[in-house]
Design a protein around this ligand. Sequence first.
Ligand code: NAP
Length: 242
Amino acid sequence: MKYALVTGGSRGIGKAISLELSRAGYAILINYVSNKEAALETKSMIEQQGGIAELMPFDVTDKHAVDEAIEQWVATHSDDFIAVLVNNAGIREDALMIFMQDEKWDKVINTNLNSCFYVTRRVLKYMLSKRFGRIINVVSLSGLKGLPGQTNYSAAKAGVIGVTKALAQEVGARKITVNAVAPGFIDTDMTKDLDEKSLKTMIPIGRFGTPEEVAAVVEFLASDKAGYITGEVISINGGLYT
Ligand code: NAP
């Protein structure tokens, strides 16, 4: 059985990706850190559409917890393989740099950037031996353009773009592709404190995007059709930045 591991798969963009990859035929490993209720709801939605899903809770910032969860899963799934990894878990904690406390800087770098290293290196080991894999990193417009008030988040997402481009070159010969999607403003819990009415006037398409619009691109990048695309960053932002 081919599995897709979606970090932060319980809510928002990760939930839509989990549902879409399930429709594409993958069994889904739904990672989350604290919201078990949301993870169970996503699991049951996958099962209702005829798919298979398992919960895989761990904190992506805790390298020991990441190793333990993945190694434990591998030990009990000798016939299965994590063919797709979506590094989606993320947070934002905005502040102008002049007011940025160490805690906000470290938390955002750990959750959005270091997590990508901790999870990818563990899953990559098995992809390299299977000589196949699809790694898709969820970055952001902030990581391409930089956004004021988000030096921590912009740095983390730009860092993941660097990982994407470098790793794509390391593992291409083993038929492992590594790409990123860069959403603009997407309607999820992460953006519910933003002033959508005024922000959408800046977006050429005139609205926030939906998690499903991001999931559709991730599903394409995971598919056989995208086998010759690697090291790319695809923007999904309504024309806000191209
Ligand atoms: P969201 O609705 O706030 O969901 C965040 C998800 O990440 C939840 O599943 C959460 O798990 C999980 N998570 C957070 N910290 C974690 C940790 N330490 N360990 C494991 N899981 C953790 O966010 P979203 O809007 O869907 O964002 C998903 C990704 O898209 C993020 O990387 C974000 O930076 C990126 N993005 C979002 C937007 C946007 O406009 N929404 C734009 C550009 C990029 P729990 O349910 O357990 O809390």
